[in-house]
Design a protein around this ligand. Structure first.
Ligand SMILES: Cc1cc2nc3c(=O)[nH]c(=O)nc-3n(C[C@H](O)[C@H](O)[C@H](O)COP(=O)(O)OP(=O)(O)OC[C@H]3O[C@@H](n4cnc5c(N)ncnc54)[C@H](O)[C@@H]3O)c2cc1C
Length: 392
């Protein structure tokens, strides 16, 4: 596979893996993603190809048939998808949602679910945490799970549960003990694996949400949904702790997607700035055009260093909350800067669908807000790293 003109990671690390992902992504060029974006379609063929290549099972331990990859390797896979002009958001969660099962599931649950996930026979890429009223304050979620014999009965509502229509299983966070009855707000939340193939339609309704990007996100209503108690992951009441564990992995992977986006924007900017002649010279000859591109490139490279540091800490088993959060924030900001620069470099043509810039521009914005907003990252750093007073 040909290499890109501009490499963001110049160390040549993971060259073979990058080549493999690039080869696959080359089969799904801009017009594939453009068409899906226009039709709000799901990239069935792309996801099937990623599954078949084993990329989406990269983080599942080898003993269960997965790739046993490091987070650094997994991050390269998602980076390359976005770097190619595609959008890893359509399937990235298949890679990391199962982490809760690996880390906190019982031996029986792991045996039951991980091999078919690794094989690509099962999809676990829906993660229901956010609720309309609680927003970023996850401890205030109101979806309740009440024990009834060997089942839990779930009532409530989630919003922004992405890919629920394209998932067999959903990881769900619900309150098992009311907020008023717990000592710490983070207690009394539990994690469940909901088998969406088995649910009674009267007990669960999925409504697609239209958004500015093609993200297949939904709101979900639970009306007495019965879930076997055997599908609870880990101990009752400890679910918040379990999802926190998975967040560092998610942050690092999202950071890598942003780095991929940024690389795509910068390469497109450079190509266009070299080609487009106005006033008898390439527009890139003007410092007013080239400096913003160079600045965005420098910021992207700097953000990428934080991504590698976070990944190295994660893979070495060290705590990496600060680094994973900073990597997500810096990479999302750097990608957004590069997105703006790319659109401006293209002038009016930046708005034309055929260049893909406006699509990638919309897609890149998401990661400043989800899975956690950059403000919340700053609050975390201020409080937990710098020792400033809690602001909320
Ligand atoms: C396309 C899309 C896909 C998503 N997919 C999923 C998914 O699959 N599963 C899931 O569970 N969630 C998902 N989300 C939800 C996402 O994680 C939340 O949107 C995000 O965490 C922000 O929460 P909120 O939208 O409720 O914003 P709010 O919490 O209402 O915040 C609104 C604004 O206020 C700011 N703010 C809030 N509190 C503070 C504070 N204390 N200090 C400073 N600023 C503050 C925030 O930074 C934000 O800018 C998705 C969201 C989108 C848009």
């Amino acid at each position: 596979m040909s290499t890109y003109q501009i490499e963001i990671d110049t160390t040549g690390q993971y060259a073979e893996l990058r080549r493999g992902v690039r080869g696959l992504c080359a089969r799904f060029p801009g017009d594939y993603w453009r068409r899906l974006d226009a039709d709000r379609g799901y990239p069935v063929e792309f996801v099937a190809a990623m599954t078949e290549a084993g990329f989406l099972a990269a983080l599942i331990p080898e003993e269960y048939g997965g790739g046993g990859a490091s987070i650094a390797e997994a991050s390269v896979i998602l980076e390359e998808v976005n770097r190619s002009g595609g959008n890893a958001g359509v399937c990235h969660a298949q890679m990391y949602v199962m982490g809760a099962l690996v880390r906190h599931g019982s031996a029986e649950q792991r045996e039951r679910w991980l091999p078919p996930l690794a094989e690509g026979q099962l999809r676990l890429q829906a993660f229901g945490v956010t609720e309309p009223t609680a927003g970023s304050d996850t401890t205030r979620i109101q979806t309740r799970a009440e024990r009834a014999g060997d089942e839990y009965v779930i009532t409530g509502q989630k919003i922004w549960t992405s890919r629920a229509e394209y998932s067999d299983l959903m990881l769900l966070l619900a309150r098992t003990t009311p907020l008023e009855a717990v000592k710490k707000r983070t207690e009394g939340l539990s994690l469940f694996l909901v088998d969406l193939r088995e649910v009674d339609e009267k007990e669960l309704t999925i409504r697609p949400l239209e958004t500015m990007i093609n993200h297949h996100t939904t709101e979900i209503f639970f009306d007495g949904l019965r879930v076997p108690a055997a599908n609870r992951i880990g101990e009752e009441g400890q679910g918040f702790r379990y999802i926190l564990d998975g967040m560092n992995a998610e942050r690092i992977l999202i950071a890598a997607e942003s780095i991929g986006d940024g690389g795509w924007f910068i390469e497109r900017s450079v190509a266009y700035a070299n080609e487009r002649i106005v006033f008898d010279r390439p527009i890139g000859q003007n410092q007013g055009v080239q400096f913003p591109i160079a600045q965005a490139y420098a910021n992207l490279r700097a953000a990428d260093l934080m991504r590698w540091q976070a990944a190295a800490l994660f893979d070495g088993g060290s705590s990496c909350g600060a680094e994973a959060n900073m990597a997500k924030m810096l990479a999302a900001d750097a990608a957004w800067e590069a997105a703006n620069v790319c659109l401006e470099t293209h002038g009016g043509f930046g708005f034309a669908r055929e260049h893909d810039v406006e699509r990638k521009f919309r897609e890149a914005k998401l990661y400043q807000i989800a899975p956690v907003s950059n403000n919340l990252v700053l609050s975390y750093l201020a409080q937990h790293v710098l020792g400033l007073p809690r602001s909320y």
